[in-house]
Design a protein around this ligand. Sequence first.
Ligand code: NCD
Length: 304
Amino acid sequence: MNHIISPLDLSVEELDKLLDLANDIERDPEKYAHACEGKRLASLFYEPSTRTRLSFEAAMMNLGGKVLGFSEQGSSSATKGESVADTIRVVSCYAHIAAIRHPKEGAALVASMASQIPVINAGDGGHQHPTQTLTDLLTIRSMKGRLDNLTIGLCGDLRFGRTVHSLIEALVRYDNVNFILISPEELRVPSYIREGVLQKNNVSYREVVRLEEALPDLDLLYMTRVQRERFFNENDYVRMKDFYILDEIKMKLAGPDMLVLHPLPRVNEISVEVDKDPRAAYFKQAQYGVYVRMALILTLLNLA
Ligand code: NCD
């Protein structure tokens, strides 16, 4: 059984093939409009989501398939005390593939172990978010033409931001990718990423607090929101939430080809005035998320 729980569940070769398929879907969506007829996606969202859930559902519909599921914990049997393992065992009888988002780290892995159908991790707590990473990789490869030889700034909540953890894990497999990790002291990447991924793979990285210091060197800036729901205490969140605000003035420090990505939702960390800058790619990135999820569904159902 094939599941996508971590970005490393796909080899670099499998990933290349998947991104090629996503680009082909972008070029000719009609060709794939009936590919999943008779198939059902279960969308099991125990945590809020706009893009991830709707883009999974749109992806399945674009492929001619159907969707069932729930969009909040409160409307599932989780409130009665059902375990994720039991839920997925039952959902395996109703659907051919499942996307699951859960506030607990490791929930998607637990689900995959009990599942009869492919399980896709659509975000497990502050841990991983592999399909956002696929979206990010497709955006970078399509807009920059490469995934190697890049200097990438990751800015904001690097501690709780699962999109950042997954993106780092995926990108260290490419040659000459350098990271500048831009965060307040309290929101630095967890040590399993610093030691277990960056240092272990001899990847060049530096950690800085000031965004201005990093901007001139970047091929790509990946902004993130401070993850309010993962803070133990509201005062800490309030203190951190506006630490970084990317605006037109700061954008002047960046090169003419530096892309700005953001997994969204945005709060205050990118001023709306930046949206019209040609380097702002975050809404385009959301569109790529549908193509890549279509490609992933086709691949996991062996229909590619
Ligand atoms: C991200 C997430 O859920 O981790 N959103 C998304 O899936 N596009 C980022 C975030 O919530 O900040």
